[in-house]
Design a protein around this ligand. Structure first.
Ligand code: SF4
Ligand code: SF4
Length: 343
């Protein structure tokens, strides 16, 4: 069985214990955090394992790349914990099993991955995608499996992710453009953390969009709008891709509003929290997040993840904020219609 590469000596020398001290769902000072974190490392009982909302943020908070969240999930699974109700966990495991449920375009060496999310295929239309679009993959056979971190089921990831990378390689793909942020996180954070080989190049769709916009720069009409950015959980696995959000905004004439819950302090969409911690905390997180966007004076809220969009779009629209996926925002800037609309 694949093992997590985790360096305990880094934790022994780590004074800030920022993985737990910065956690927005626990209230631990440095001393308490140090004690609780040592319990997690030694596989002893710790309230951290119950309190974790699976927001992924501590993966970003650790300055040493030591994968504290992956370790928490390992410990939860070792104890047989179910973070979500057992039937929901089983349903997710069965629903996404790679069992011949996939579709392909005319696959070439460079291909777009729509993961297991048909909405991404609808988004990838128009001039920004016309040269890449014939070559695409979609389905459970190519599903990144990161979601099982929320369910304390790393064993499913360890079993399926090597097969997924093999399935992609078998298509002759040399460069995979990941339209789902979580796929990019899977191949660039989770896979190396477990020593899983990724035998193809991966490109985040932010980078793809940025380069395509530069190719179409003559068609760009600056949008001149104030936007808030809804950062998703898997963005915490690959924070090195974040700069592309501002790079893209710069190209299309968009201002990112200053607000409390942005960057490292971002709040997730809340729907996973609803599943693992119940409606009260989820509603509170969503309300604080939307209040913050309204108070910051944003006209639009820009999404990276289609599931965050599904969770929050209608709630935001009711508060006068226009929800939009970042791909659709780029299309607007070159005079094309968005694919995802509320209603
Ligand atoms: S996981 Fe990272 S932040 Fe947490 S104690 Fe270890 S080194 Fe420090
Ligand atoms: S995943 Fe989120 S809730 Fe869980 S310990 Fe890390 S920061 Fe806290």
């Amino acid at each position: 069985m694949l093992a997590l590469e985790f360096d305990e000596t880094k934790c022994a020398n780590c004074k800030a214990v920022s993985c737990l001290v910065k956690c927005q769902y626990m209230d631990l000072d440095k001393d308490e955090a140090k004690i609780e974190w040592q319990k997690v490392i030694k596989s002893e009982d710790s309230p951290v394992l119950d309190a974790c909302t699976t927001c992924y943020a501590c993966e970003e908070y650790c300055p040493f790349g030591n994968h504290p969240f992956y370790l928490i999930v390992e410990r939860q699974e070792e104890r047989g914990m179910f973070t979500a109700p057992r039937p929901i966990t089983k349903q997710w495991i069965n629903m996404c099993e790679p069992a011949g449920k996939f579709r392909l375009g005319k696959v070439k060496e460079q291909a777009l991955s729509f993961c297991f999310i048909p909405a991404l295929r609808s988004l990838a239309r128009g001039r920004l995608f016309e040269s890449a679009l014939p070559s695409w993959i979609l389905g459970a056979e190519f599903f990144c499996n990161v979601v099982y971190l929320h369910f304390a089921k790393t064993s499913v990831i360890k079993d399926r992710l090597p097969k997924i990378t093999e399935n992609i390689e078998k298509q002759g793909i040399k460069e995979l453009i990941c339209l789902h942020d979580e796929c990019y996180g899977s191949f660039n954070s989770l896979a190396p953390a477990y020593g899983i080989k990724v035998p193809f190049k991966t490109t985040h769709y932010f980078e793809y969009l940025y380069n395509k916009l530069k190719e179409h720069k003559d068609a760009i009409k600056p949008l001149n709008v104030e936007v808030a950015y809804q950062r998703n959980c898997s963005a915490r696995l690959v924070p090195e891709t974040d700069h592309f959000v501002d790079d893209i905004f710069g190209l299309i004439g968009v201002d990112r509003v200053e607000r409390e819950y942005d960057g490292e302090n971002a709040l997730c969409c809340g729907e996973i929290i609803r599943m693992v911690k119940g409606y009260k905390l989820a509603d509170d997180v969503q309300k604080r997040n939307i209040d913050d966007i309204v108070n910051a004076g944003a006209e639009y809220c820009v999404f990276n993840c289609p599931f965050c969009y599904m969770a929050l779009a209608e709630k935001m629209a009711k508060r006068g904020i226009k929800p939009i996926h970042i791909i659709d925002l780029c299309k607007l800037a070159i005079g094309e219609k968005p694919a995802l609309e509320v209603g």
